[in-house]
Design a protein around this ligand. Structure first.
Ligand code: NAP
Length: 260
C-alpha cells in the first residue's frame, strides 16, 4: 500500500496531525494497515509487536513515504514489559493521544479438547493486554483531557463461533471493557470504541480451507473478503477529533455478514 494513494483532501477531513499514536500488533495485517494510514494522516505512530524485522521494514516504509514512525519490540503478554514500553512513550512525547489495542491471536479448539493454555494464551493476548495498555495510558489522557482508544474485537465476540470459545470470550470481553471505561472517562474528553471486523484477508485467516471460504463468501452481502485497509479507514475516523461524540460503541466491518 503506497501512502501517496491517499488524496490530498483527506488532510482536511480526518487528519491526525501532530498526534502520537500506539498501535499494537503492527508488524503485519490489520495493525500494519492502521499504522500506515495513521502515519499517512499525520500522526507519529509507535508500532508494537514481537517481530523486529517486520517492524523495521514497516518503519522504513513509512518514513520513505514521508510519514513519522518508530517501533518498540515487545511481547504484550508480558505485562511489565508492555507497561514499561508505554511509559517510555509517555516520557519521550509527554503524552499519548491514540491507543489501538489491535494485537490478537487465535488458538482454536472445541471446548472438550481445549487446553487451559489455549484459553490463557488467547485471553492474555487479546483481553488482558488491552487492560494493561489502557490502564497505562489513561492517567496521561485524563490529564490532557483528550484521548482515543480503539479496541479491535471481532464479530465472533458478538455472535460466537464453534471452536473459538476462548477467542469469542476475549473479544466479547473487550466490548464490555470498552463500554465500562467509556463511562469512566467520558467526562475527560476520552473516547473508547471497538471495531468488530468480519473476515479480513491476513495471516490470521489464510489457513481457512478453500471450501469453508466459499461457504463464508455466500453469507457476505458485499460479496468479498475484507481488506486490512477497510478496518484502517474506520480506525482513522475513530482516532480523529471528528469522532468526538462516539464512545462505547462497536462498529462492525464485515461486508454485511452479521445482518445476513
Ligand atoms: P495477524 O495478521 O495474525 O496479526 C496479529 C498481530 O498481532 C501481529 O502483528 C503480531 O505481531 C501481533 N501479536 C500477536 N501476539 C502478540 C504479542 N504477544 N505481543 C505483541 N504483538 C503480538 O492478525 P490480523 O488478522 O491482522 O488481526 C489483527 C486483529 O484483528 C486481531 O485482534 C484479530 O483478532 C482481529 N480480527 C481479525 C480478523 C480477520 O479476519 N483477520 C477478524 C476479526 C478480528 P508479532 O507476531 O510480530 O508479535
Amino acid at each position: 500500500m503506497e501512502l501517496n494513494h491517499y488524496p490530498k483532501w483527506r488532510v482536511y477531513l480526518f487528519n491526525l496531525n501532530d498526534r502520537v499514536a500506539i498501535v499494537t500488533g503492527a508488524s503485519q495485517g490489520i495493525g500494519e494497515a492502521i499504522a500506515k494510514i495513521f502515519a499517512a494522516s499525520g500522526a507519529h505512530v509507535i508500532c508494537i509487536a514481537r517481530n523486529k524485522i517486520k517492524l523495521k521494514n514497516l518503519i522504513n516504509h513509512i518514513t520513505k513515504e514521508g510519514g513519522s514512525a518508530s517501533y518498540i519490540n515487545c511481547d504484550i503478554t508480558n505485562n511489565e514489559t508492555f507497561s514499561n514500553a508505554i511509559y517510555s512513550v509517555l516520557t519521550e512525547f509527554n503524552r499519548l493521544d491514540i491507543l489501538v489495542n489491535n494485537a490478537g491471536i487465535t488458538r482454536d479448539a472445541l471446548l472438550m479438547r481445549m487446553k487451559e493454555e489455549q484459553w490463557d494464551e488467547v485471553l492474555n493476548t487479546n483481553l488482558k493486554a488491552a487492560f494493561h495498555g489502557t490502564k497505562s495510558v489513561i492517567r496521561s489522557m485524563m490529564k490532557n483531557k483528550y484521548g482515543r482508544i480503539i479496541n479491535i474485537t471481532s464479530i465472533v465476540g458478538l455472535q460466537g463461533n464453534a471452536g473459538q470459545s476462548n477467542y469469542a470470550a476475549s473479544k466479547a470481553g473487550l466490548i464490555g471493557f470498552s463500554q465500562s471505561i467509556a463511562k469512566e472517562v467520558g467526562a475527560r474528553g476520552i473516547t473508547i470504541n471497538c471495531i468488530a471486523p468480519g473476515w479480513i484477508e491476513t495471516e490470521m485467516t489464510k489457513e481457512i480451507p478453500e471450501k469453508t471460504k466459499s461457504e463464508l463468501l455466500k453469507n457476505i452481502p458485499l460479496g468479498r473478503i475484507g481488506s486490512s485497509e477497510d478496518i484502517g479507514y474506520a480506525a482513522l475516523f475513530l482516532a480523529s477529533e471528528k469522532s468526538k461524540y462516539i464512545t462505547g460503541q462497536t462498529i462492525t466491518i464485515d461486508g454485511g455478514r452479521l445482518i445476513n
